[in-house]
Write a protein that binds this ligand. Structure first.
Ligand SMILES: [Cu+2]
Length: 127
């Protein structure tokens, strides 16, 4: 019994610490009415790249979300650039940005990878 209780306490405590950490640059926790409508969370998204296609081709996030975008090459060597958000991964890696403007933005492969290079496009949708 006691063991179970302390496990729950520890879990609750670390959840509190984590969420406090994640919102360090926004308003303090007293104003929790900002959560309605647009997003303020962190989206971790992995895009796989192969010759010559991205998966997924379409990424949807909410305006205000922090986006952690990871590029993973599963075949060939590709990059991933989203010019509107100054993202340009030239190989496997993670880029972080805030989706602070709504709209549809193209992303594309930024490494000349061969015959299908021009077809390696996708869209980031910020709503
Ligand atoms: Cu390419």
């Amino acid at each position: 019994m006691n063991k179970v209780f302390s496990l729950i306490a520890v879990a609750a405590l670390s959840a509190t610490v984590l969420s406090a950490c994640g919102s360090s640059d926004s308003k303090d926790t007293a104003t929790d009415n900002s959560a309605s409508g647009s997003g303020s969370g962190t989206q971790e998204i992995t895009v796989n790249a192969k010759s010559f296609e991205f998966t997924p081709k379409e990424i949807k996030v909410k305006k205000g979300d922090k986006v952690k975008l990871t590029l993973k090459n599963t075949e060939g060597a590709h990059g991933l650039a989203i010019p509107d958000f100054n993202v340009d991964l030239k190989k496997d890696g993670t880029a972080e940005f805030t989706a602070d403007k709504a709209g549809t933005y193209d992303f594309n492969c930024s490494v000349m990878c061969g015959a299908g290079h021009e077809n390696m496009v996708g869209q980031l949708i910020v709503e």
